[in-house]
Design a protein. Structure first.
Ligand code: MF3
Ligand code: CO
Length: 282
């Protein structure tokens, strides 16, 4: 890839507080959806629930209408990796895994997060895949937090942490071509956050950098293709995929995971900034 200058828009502490409010709308919506996931439920039902919840919170579902995207969430089931479009005929079955990606805009600020949820009882290999994606996400966030504290953090420290965590977890595919991004008054801002790479490269992780980190992991090969609907990304080999995403802010003494109810404290402990009050999990 050609080197180009990326401009990262830094957010003030007050702006990060506003982004936290947007992040919490996303977190609460995902909690509602997690509780609703069950065999027999359609992805269109989940979409309706999401839109209702986001709007009830005074926010806007940011995906809806984004480049013509027709729904409030992305629901990607089994071999679908990301950007699956909810549909009434797509009904969840025991043993499925579903990635739900949710974005909300509140007072002009965006939050973006995704979780992959097992439907009922899933096979152990699927459970481990979900953990690999989740662990990789948190490893990426932890790397950013360490960089924030040392003052020497660079963007690809995150990429490296994501990649090495997945590689340590097993022989998984790491999807490339999609990845994380800056986020703020737009859902997608610079920089692009790769899920693979050598550490120590790219922009410095200084206070005010706000990023969505989103690893995508497959049980088989890493290759993906886009479906004829123009959105849904599926694994080329039909293997299961998992996706996890959080929006996080770099602060002077750590990170604040804006789309985690507890700000990330449960997973990261002292790596979470002390500046922000912990918000109790709902
Ligand atoms: N969370 C997704 C991302 O970061 C956004 C979904 S694309 C949309 O790329 F069109 F549905 F909004
Ligand atoms: Co995103």
């Amino acid at each position: 890839m050609a080197k180009k200058t990326v401009h990262i828009e830094l957010k003030s502490e007050d702006q990060i507080e506003l982004m936290r409010a947007a992040g919490l709308v996303v977190a609460e919506t995902l909690a509602v959806l997690r509780a609703a996931v069950a065999p027999g439920v359609s992805t269109a039902t989940l979409d309706a629930l999401a839109e209702e919840h986001i709007r009830a919170a005074g926010a806007i579902p940011s995906f809806k209408g984004y480049h013509g995207y027709p729904a409030s969430i992305c629901t990607s089931v089994n071999e679908q990796v990301v950007h699956g479009i909810p549909a009434p005929e797509q009904v969840l079955a025991e043993g499925d895994v579903i990635s739900i990606d949710c974005g909300a805009e509140l007072d002009g600020w965006h939050g973006d997060a995704a979780v992959t949820i097992p439907v009922g009882q899933v096979r152990p290999a699927a459970r481990r895949l979900l953990s690999a994606a989740e662990d990789a996400l948190w490893a990426g966030i932890a790397a950013a937090a360490r960089g924030a504290r040392s003052g020497r953090g660079r963007l690809t420290d995150i990429s490296f942490a994501v990649q090495s965590t997945i590689e340590r977890a097993g022989r998984y595919g790491i999807v490339e071509g999609y990845g994380g991004h800056g986020i703020g008054r737009e859902m997608h801002q610079d920089p692009f956050v790769l899920n693979v790479g050598r550490p120590g490269q790219g922009p410095s992780l200084v206070p005010g950098v706000v990023l969505a980190i989103e690893p995508m992991v497959t049980l088989g090969r890493a290759r993906v293709r886009e479906c004829s609907d123009g959105w849904t990304v599926v694994t080329a080999d039909g293997s299961l995929a998992a996706h996890a995403e959080h929006t996080m802010a770099i602060c002077a003494d750590g990170v604040w995971v804006l789309t985690a109810p507890d700000g990330g404290r449960g997973r990261l402990g002292h790596l979470v900034t002390a500046r922000q009050p912990a918000v109790p999990a709902t």
